[in-house]
Design a protein around this ligand. Structure first.
Ligand SMILES: O=C(O)c1ccccc1N[C@@H]1O[C@H](COP(=O)(O)O)[C@@H](O)[C@H]1O
Length: 213
């Protein structure tokens, strides 16, 4: 199971995250309206860190996304707005960073509407639909994912907390394309500042329980 810890910002907190939690991915939010927004001044501190970084963007221009990939040394681009397949296709021609398309889940998902993204994305990420685009701390009804029709892997997101580990593992037994989780606001002391003990606890529950089954 992959673990992405999103919404990181503070250098000391990031150092602890890398040395004590060692997640597969660390997310930096480049959406100016987010309380977890990472400014350009942080680039020098963050570029060379020994962790794969994912930039989170909401309907951002292509030029700005590509600038941030270079400036922050991003390994993946998480498109968390209403970016069309054409935008993703165009980005795919211009960067080697992985492209992840977020699908905001409300009552239903039109699976057919995801087909045009398939050639260009490394994975999908399912999050709860919210006016603020992300970071809602709310789960959606995961039952809907049992009808996921593609082989492409995806991450599960939206309000995951320490208690979610067992449920995630149970879901994975039914949906092998569920390749990991993205965790954020439920592990925070303040926006952009994570509780390292909670993260360690969640990871060990996910890994330990995963090896028992
Ligand atoms: O966290 C934010 O502020 C944010 C703002 C705009 C787009 C995405 C954002 N975060 C992403 O939201 C999901 C779920 O977060 P949560 O667990 O519900 O707090 C996660 O993918 C973050 O990358």
């Amino acid at each position: 199971m992959e673990i992405k810890v999103c919404g990181m910002r503070e250098p000391e907190n990031i150092r602890s995250l890398i040395s004590e939690v060692n997640p597969d991915w660390m997310g930096l939010i480049f959406y100016p309206k987010s309380p977890r927004y990472v400014t350009d001044e942080k680039a020098a501190d963050l570029k060379e860190l020994p962790v794969k970084k994912v930039g989170v963007f909401v309907n951002e221009t292509e030029a700005e996304i590509l600038r941030k990939v270079d400036q922050f040394g991003l390994s993946a681009i998480q498109l968390h707005g209403s970016e069309s397949p054409d935008i993703v296709k165009s980005l795919a021609k211009k960067t080697e960073a992985e492209l992840w398309k977020v699908i905001s889940v409300g009552a239903e998902i039109d699976w057919q509407s995801l087909e045009d993204y398939l050639p260009y994305v490394s994975k999908f990420l399912f999050d709860t639909a919210t006016a603020a685009h992300g970071g809602s701390g709310r789960k959606f009804d995961w039952e809907i994912l049992k009808t996921y029709p593609f082989d492409k892997g995806f991450l599960l997101s939206g309000g995951l907390d320490e208690e979610s580990a067992d449920e995630v593992l149970a879901l994975r037994k039914q949906i092998p394309q569920l390749q990991g989780v993205d965790i954020n606001s439920k592990f925070e002391e303040a926006p952009g500042l994570k509780n390292i003990e909670k993260l360690k606890n969640f990871k060990s529950r996910l890994i330990h329980a995963g090896t028992q089954n």
